[in-house]
Design a protein around this ligand. Structure first.
Ligand SMILES: [Zn+2]
Length: 368
């Protein structure tokens, strides 16, 4: 079961569509068919696809500004509630984040203005008070874009308004405190919105409130994690006491190794101790069900994993671990020797130590 479908690539950014968006398109088309037969179905589908194009343009508003500041944007995901352009990192300069956050709404404002002017000049209905399925196509597009704009200006993550607010707060309070305040405000808004959704029996509003709450929590955690590791490097937070597994070993050997200790991910090495890949617990379970205990580690492992250097800064190492979508990465010194394992579990432990106060910080930094 895949949740995302890549439908294309524009200027190095992959365009992905979430499965729920496809289902939403089907549902919307069916509503159009019920209201107006085959013609209604086509109009409904075309409207949603046109809106999809507007959302994509909005996201490219963010992407173009991000590129100017050297922030890479690997993909854009389209969901029924809007689009998300993934940024590889948050710029350190609050002013840059502010401009990136404003880039999308600026495009949407421009689109809405164009639709409005065309409607006015052609004598069409340029009212934006409600979405009328019988109104001209362009009017419906105008109304949905105005909604999109207003929705995005709500000052809560993951909406653009939340990023604008964080950037403004961060320029005074710093990134961590600014994010904490913005996230708390976003969570409060989400709870209020959710309660209103329950009393007004608006399931869609409850769903949005839920997403907003999760978005605020995730954003605050991501920033706190980065801040806690600020100034640390990989050698200070890697696991140095670990086992490796030879590439020619069987999965039965791997099971022995897994059950004999706490380690969950094993670097896979060749005869010369060179890294060939990593065997995660998921790899092992899948390998066992497909190949049986006699299967080879080489067939079950994740090959060609990125490695990190001991001197790499925490923030960058964290990005690499995240973008690899693996629970652990091998740490390899400049001579090519495997010296450690960078794991998400260990990073979580490190953060707990750091939060314990100045003594915890000092203890973590004393490692080298
Ligand atoms: Zn946006």
């Amino acid at each position: 079961m895949k949740w995302f479908y890549t439908i294309g690539r524009i200027a190095g950014t992959e365009i992905k569509v979430h499965l729920t968006f496809v289902l939403f398109l089907g549902w919307w088309t069916l509503l159009g068919y019920r209201g107006g037969g085959p013609g209604g179905a086509i109009t409904a589908a075309l409207l949603l696809l046109a809106l999809f194009a507007c959302i994509l343009l909005h996201e490219f508003g963010h992407i173009l500004v991000a590129r100017r500041f050297g922030v890479r944007t690997p993909d854009v995901i389209l969901l029924p509630i809007g689009g998300v352009a993934r940024l590889e990192r948050i710029p350190d300069e609050p002013r840059q984040e502010l401009l990136i956050a404003v880039g999308g709404p600026a495009v949407t404002t421009a689109l809405a203005l164009i639709f409005y002017l065309v409607l006015r000049l052609t004598g069409g209905d340029a009212g934006v008070d409600q979405l009328n399925p019988l109104a001209p196509f362009l009017n419906q597009l105008l109304v949905t874009n105005v909604w999109l704009l207003l929705f995005n200006l709500i000052p809560a993550f993951p909406m653009d308004g939340g990023r604008v607010l964080r950037a403004l707060l961060a320029s005074r309070l710093g990134l961590v405190r600014g994010t904490r305040v913005a996230a708390t405000l976003g969570q409060a808004l989400a709870v209020l919105g959710g309660l209103y959704g329950i009393t007004a029996q608006q399931p869609f509003l409850i769903l949005i409130a839920f997403f907003v709450f999760l978005g605020a929590t995730a954003e605050a955690e991501a920033v706190e994690t980065r801040a806690a590791g600020d100034g640390l490097q990989v050698s200070q937070m890697m696991v140095t006491n670990f086992r490796t597994i030879p590439i020619y070993a069987t999965l039965a050997d791997a099971v022995d190794l897994l059950l004999s200790g706490e380690q969950r991910e094993f670097p896979v090495v060749d005869n010369n101790g060179r890294i060939e890949g990593i065997l995660t617990r998921d790899n092992l379970i899948r390998g066992l069900s497909q190949l049986g205990p006699g299967g080879r580690v080489s067939e079950a492992m994740t090959p060609g994993v990125p490695v990190v250097q001991p001197a790499l800064a925490f923030g960058e190492a964290l990005e690499r671990l995240r973008s690899s979508r693996l629970p652990a990465l091998p740490v390899v010194d400049p001579a090519g020797a495997l010296v450690g394992l960078l794991t998400t579990d260990n990073i979580a432990d490190l953060l707990m130590v750091q939060r314990a106060g100045p003594d915890g910080r000092a203890a973590a930094r004393a490692r080298s």
